[in-house]
Design a protein around this ligand. Structure first.
Ligand code: SAM
Length: 253
């Protein structure tokens, strides 16, 4: 598998994708541009497609938690081009994005032995994910950690530096995850944090500012607060891409 990201390039039917495209511009149907990219330039390995298809057929609305195939390919591309060897994912669900990250790890020529940890606080779902990862052929480099994301970060051995952390767990806790990663110095030199759903289907940029007296922030306000916190952080450089459901790329300076 070394050398490049490889999978089976094949047409994915619009109906099978309908449930996995919610995160692009929040449209119920894929745009023609998106469909073009998906149909012509996406290599979704069959063993990874199998996880998506099975999740969609078991519970279409829950399956919307997963990233889209294009986003998966994008993450694998980032892992591969960064030459990442150690990746931590917060929020595994059934292992779909984890398998894309593992695919990226195996697709590059990094010197170190690649390793992916993906945490999921729901133990039953964590078991399904571990089985899916095994069936897809990535269990030699990927393991599911059945714990809450914050606990994983707080107990992480800071001698094991991470090249990438993909944050996709509890959205209300993004700020805490981010600060724990940086305060505990868990990233390697040039390591990056990728955060999903920072535009929350267009609700973040339109969220009213929280009033001084309101104690309870909406989720959109919390994410807005998080985005501002990251933007003002001198420890990192940041880029917010208005693709998928808003993808924030953060690099340690
Ligand atoms: C958006 S889904 C992850 C989807 C997955 N990254 C993918 O694209 O295939 C979020 C997952 O995080 C889990 N989760 C929520 N809060 C968590 C927490 N505090 N710690 C760990 N996992 C959490 C949920 O049970 C859910 O399965």
């Amino acid at each position: 598998m070394n050398g490049c990201i490889r999978g089976s390039r094949r047409q994915i039917s619009t109906s099978s994708l309908r449930h996995t495209l919610w995160s692009f511009m929040d449209t119920p149907e894929p745009s023609s541009v998106y469909r073009y990219a998906q149909d012509h330039l996406l290599d979704e390995p069959p063993q990874i497609a199998q996880i998506r298809q099975s999740a969609v057929s078991q519970n279409p609305s829950e399956a919307q938690k997963m990233i889209s195939p294009l986003q998966g390919a994008f993450l694998a591309h980032l892992v591969c081009t960064q030459g990442a060897a150690r990746v931590l994912e917060l929020g595994c669900y059934k292992g779909y994005s984890a398998c894309w990250l593992a695919h990226g790890l195996l697709s590059q020529r990094s010197q170190g032995s690649p390793c992916l940890w993906t945490c999921e606080r729901d133990r039953e779902i964590a078991q399904v994910a571990q089985q899916n990862i095994k069936d897809a052929g990535y269990s030699s480099i990927a393991q599911v950690v059945p714990k809450a994301a914050q606990d994983v970060l707080e107990s992480w051995d800071s001698a094991i530096k991470l090249d990438m952390v993909f944050i996709d767990a509890n959205k209300a806790a993004y700020k805490s995850y981010y600060d724990t990663i940086l305060d505990r110095s868990l990233l390697s030199e040039g390591g990056q944090i990728i955060v999903d759903n920072v535009l929350l289907h267009g609700r973040v940029h339109t969220a009213p500012d929280a009033s001084a007296e309101s104690k309870k922030l909406t989720l959109a306000q919390k994410i807005n607060d998080f985005n501002r916190h990251v933007a003002e952080d001198s420890r990192t450089t940041q880029t917010l891409l208005p693709i998928f459901d808003g993808l924030l790329l953060v690099r340690k300076k």
